[in-house]
Design a protein around this ligand. Sequence first.
Ligand SMILES: *[C@@H]1O[C@H](CO)[C@@H](O)[C@H](O)[C@H]1NC(C)=O
Ligand SMILES: *[C@@H]1O[C@H](CO)[C@@H](O)[C@H](O)[C@H]1NC(C)=O
Ligand SMILES: *[C@@H]1O[C@H](CO)[C@@H](O)[C@H](O)[C@H]1NC(C)=O
Ligand SMILES: *[C@@H]1O[C@H](CO)[C@@H](O)[C@H](O)[C@H]1NC(C)=O
Length: 476
Amino acid sequence: MANPRWVFGVKTFLIFISLYLSLASCVIATSLEDSVAQQKLDKVHKLPGQTFNVSFAHYAGYVTVNEVSGRALFYWFLEATEDPDSKPLLLWLNGGPGCSSIAYGEAEEIGPFHIRPDGKTLYLNPYSWNKVANVLFLDSPVGVGYSYSNTSSDLLNNGDKRTANDSLTFLLKWLERFPQYKERDFYISGESYGGHYVPQLSQAIVRYNGATKQKTINLKGYMVGNALTDDYHDHLGLFQFLWSAGLISDETYKLLNVLCDFESFIHSSSSCDKIMDVASEEMGNIDPYSIFTPSCSANVSQSKWLLKRRLMVGQLSEKYDPCTEKHSEVYFNLPEVKQALYVLPEVAASKWETCSDIVNINWKDSPRTVLDIYRELIHVGLRIWIFSGDTDAVIPVTSTRYSIEALKLPTVRPWRPWYDDGQVGGWTQEYAGLNFVSVRGAGHEVPLHRPKLALTLVKAFLSGTSMPGLEQVSVS
Ligand SMILES: *[C@@H]1O[C@H](CO)[C@@H](O)[C@H](O)[C@H]1NC(C)=O
Ligand SMILES: *[C@@H]1O[C@H](CO)[C@@H](O)[C@H](O)[C@H]1NC(C)=O
Ligand SMILES: *[C@@H]1O[C@H](CO)[C@@H](O)[C@H](O)[C@H]1NC(C)=O
Ligand SMILES: *[C@@H]1O[C@H](CO)[C@@H](O)[C@H](O)[C@H]1NC(C)=O
């Protein structure tokens, strides 16, 4: 027997459900529409000085990370050259603190658009990491690159904690704008002071996911290069490298170890600064970020470079240009470039810099070690790789090796050379929870100096395989 009240109840329930469902789908549809509309607004069309077509879509713009202060972070997102739907999402962060990921990461390291010495025209980097991933560049924190705050005192109060927090907010909101990347395999990479940013942001994501039981940001791992990791061990390795590479005197080596050994890298004492100045004087006018290549300030007959470069279109990135930062400074200050990338007019009015002194000088919290974060994240099973260009005298390979040693991880696969096209590309050692990879003959910015080896590295990292040995033929 049908109970009329029960039928009534079901009916009302069904009406309610269908109303609810149509309402919900309506809400989902509008928010999807909104994000698609916002994506369209952020889509970058041809860039000034771009004389070639590209197979991938790219987007640039702002994400507000704090409405009260008016803080907004600038991003540039370049989809993979082929089949972006099947490729992971990779965030790249440069360091400083205060340096732009667009100036370094995009324009001279892993991005597709590199700048010719005229500062006006672009060429396509054949070893761009968007061959293997959808690559997101973020200018972080506020005051860096095109990122800004409407509260000027924010620029004087940047530090590690707020940077990680703002970057997490950025990612959550960015994924609302690009919902097709929600739950996509996600990796973070970076270098130098990014040695702080990358593990700290990874930790913030892991903790956020744990607290909210969400996987919107589906973090799988991170990889850092020539990364500031642990001030004590990084200093120890730095002084040893400067001395053994023959860049400083015995006397200065001894004094560095006495005056700077337990110092902070970012906030050092005046006695440590003084002996650092002596070391720098002894080193002379070399490029400490790459000790065996010419330095830009020596401007080794710049005109010859230009001529050679014009004759070698197509292989441009094979020749090392020590002055790439200077080209960025011209290009990213062109009004038409700022317009093409949707830079806020108020920001466009002031000069764009590769690195912000204001941000750097006023940096607040900077813990002396991030090894505790490594321990936490190794424990949760993230894929963690550390690479090192072995001709860098800023955060050299010796620093990285001492910092890794301090973690006391068991070795899974011992030290061995890795190969690229039959040549030793560097050395590698696999630990329980961490892979170390050195890149032979690369400076501080590994992908700038050894673009092909860097692409081999990121391929192995993303696929979770060991670095290739001699027997393996690398597929490009
Ligand atoms: C780029 O694509 C446009 C439109 O398809 C075409 O007209 C143009 O010739 C292409 N330019 C180059 C350099 O291939
Ligand atoms: C900052 O101020 C400008 C000018 O008033 C405004 O257009 C912009 O939306 C503000 N940014 C944020 C993040 O609130
Ligand atoms: C950032 O920090 C503030 C407090 O300082 C907190 O209210 C907010 O939830 C944090 N944001 C994220 C995304 O964790
Ligand atoms: C570098 O080149 C510029 C312009 O050609 C010149 O004025 C300057 O003196 C040069 N600097 C050095 C260190 O040679």
